[in-house]
Every structure is written in structure tokens, then in C-alpha cells.
Design a protein around this ligand. Structure first.
Ligand code: SF4
Length: 263
């Protein structure tokens, strides 16, 4: 779907009629024109943001939240890997709800394998796609034991060989646990990068590459978290909150003025 601004033509039916002294007072003003609101999550790329504006964009997000963190709950690299694997097409809230019960009884590859597929399914059944995720989780546990001594590897190639672990999951683990400047582009980051002009790109890989080039070095490590949180809570898909956005003046989204006014 594409954005369809809701421009409305307001015809003033009485405007062409002669306005006489008798009916002059009754001529109503046409209603104010409604702002054009984007109606879908898809946003055509905005023109690229200038380097100085990009720096200021992240400086402000950092000022608001100096130590941004993932909203997934974990205490070890293995817990993080499993939480991220379970979070594909599911909310962090639903994953945390399940892992709060799962991790206290099983938070190592062997302990999860000991639960068995049925046992694991029962404990994650509130998460979307839980059957496939249970199978992938156990297959990942087996590979971790066979190839990595039960530890989570800190390189992309090994991570991406784990069942259910794609580039995005590997990027989250590399960035969040191993503190590498990797950029996991999810739906929020893809939208914010295109909408604002920060790093326009036609697909997630193009946006990932553009962000790695265009985010100023001092913000690269935490940019992933700032952008996700900004997209999740402010620059939302259906109703971006431009009226209270701290980077409004830097953003190149063409609807922002209308959204600020309506906000
Ligand atoms: S001004 Fe609006 S569109 Fe631009 S980043 Fe802020 S919320 Fe998003």
C-alpha cells in the first residue's frame, strides 16, 4: 500500500450565489482543511538528511536516553540469543512473559534440550509461531553444544549457521552482547530511516548498509536501540507523534508539518 494523503476539496456551494443583506449573516465559513495524514506503515523515502543534521539527530536521542537498552529481558548471551530467536514476528512483551518462567528452570543449551520439544512448546505457547521456534531453539542448542562447547559464538558466520538465526538476530546479538557496531534493521528502523531521510533504502539490507555508513561513529554502537525505541514510541507506523518529536526540525518526512499541527 502507498500513502494516500487525504486531501479534501471543500466546495463552497453558496459562494457563487449572490449574497444579499438578508442572507449575509448566514453564510458559513468553509471548515478548516484537515491535514494530510499518512495512512499506512509504508513510507516513501524522504530526501537524505545532511551530515550535521544526522549528528544532531542522535545527539538529541542520546540526551533523552543516554544508555538505551533492548526491552527483551536476559542475563546471559545464551538467554539473549534465545529471547531474540523467539521474538521474530512477536512482541518483546510476549517473549518476556514466557522467558520469565522458562529461564529460571532452563537457561543453558543442555537444560533446554532436557525439556524436550513438547516441554519447550508448552512454555512458549503464548508466543507467535511457537512450534517452529521450539524446533529451531532445540536445533540451535544441539549445534551450540556440538560446535561451540555450549557457548554463544561472537562471529556472524557461526551465528547465522544456527537454525532460526538470520542476519537480523545475529546483528542483535553481535551488537547487544558482543558490542560490535552491527545494525539490526527491523520494521521500526526501516521506517524511521526512510521517513526521516537518515538512511533511505529500498530494503532492509540497503538500510542496514546506509546506516552503517551514515550514522556518525560516536553513535554507531547504540544507534540500533535509539532508532527502535524512537520508531516504537514516537515515530509510529500509523500515527507518528510529530507534535512531540525531539527531532522534528531535522526530519525530512513530508507529512510532519500536518502531523505536528494535528497532534
Ligand atoms: S517528525 Fe514525525 S516523522 Fe519525523 S521523526 Fe519525528 S515522529 Fe517521525
Amino acid at each position: 500500500m502507498t500513502l494516500r494523503p487525504t486531501h479534501t476539496k471543500h466546495h463552497a456551494p453558496s459562494a457563487k450565489k449572490a449574497v444579499t443583506g438578508a442572507n449575509k449573516a448566514k453564510v458559513a465559513k468553509p471548515p478548516a482543511k484537515k491535514p494530510a495524514l499518512p495512512r499506512t506503515a509504508e513510507t516513501p523515502p524522504s530526501r537524505p538528511m545532511a551530515p550535521q543534521a544526522r549528528f544532531e539527530f542522535f545527539r538529541r536521542l542520546r540526551e533523552l536516553n543516554p544508555e538505551p537498552k533492548t526491552e527483551l529481558e536476559y542475563s546471559t548471551a545464551f538467554e539473549l540469543l534465545i529471547a531474540v530467536l523467539l521474538s521474530a514476528q512477536a512482541t518483546d512483551v510476549s517473549v518476556n512473559k514466557a522467558t520469565r518462567k522458562l529461564f529460571p528452570i532452563a537457561n543453558t543449551p543442555q537444560a533446554l534440550l532436557d525439556l524436550g520439544e513438547e516441554g519447550l512448546r508448552e512454555r512458549i505457547s503464548t508466543i507467535g509461531l511457537y512450534k517452529a521456534k521450539a524446533a529451531n531453539t532445540l536445533a540451535t542448542c544441539r549445534l551450540l553444544l556440538e560446535r561451540h562447547g555450549g557457548e554463544v559464538p561472537g562471529d556472524r558466520e557461526s551465528l547465522e549457521q544456527l537454525p532460526g538465526v538470520g542476519r537480523k538476530t545475529a546483528n542483535v546479538v553481535l551488537n547487544t552482547w558482543f558490542r560490535q557496531p552491527a545494525m539490526a534493521v527491523d520494521t521500526h528502523i526501516f521506517r524511521v530511516a526512510n521517513r526521516t531521510g537518515l538512511a533511505p533504502g529500498k530494503d532492509v539490507r540497503a538500510v542496514e548498509d546506509a546506516l552503517l555508513k551514515r550514522v556518525p561513529a560516536e553513535f554507531l554502537m547504540d544507534a540500533h536501540h535509539w532508532l527502535i525505541l524512537h520508531g516504537r514510541y514516537v515515530c509510529k507506523a500509523q500515527k507518528p507523534d510529530c507534535g512531540r518529536c525531539v527531532v522534528r526540525d531535522l526530519c525530512n518526512f513530508r507529512h510532519k508539518a500536518a502531523l505536528s499541527a494535528s497532534g
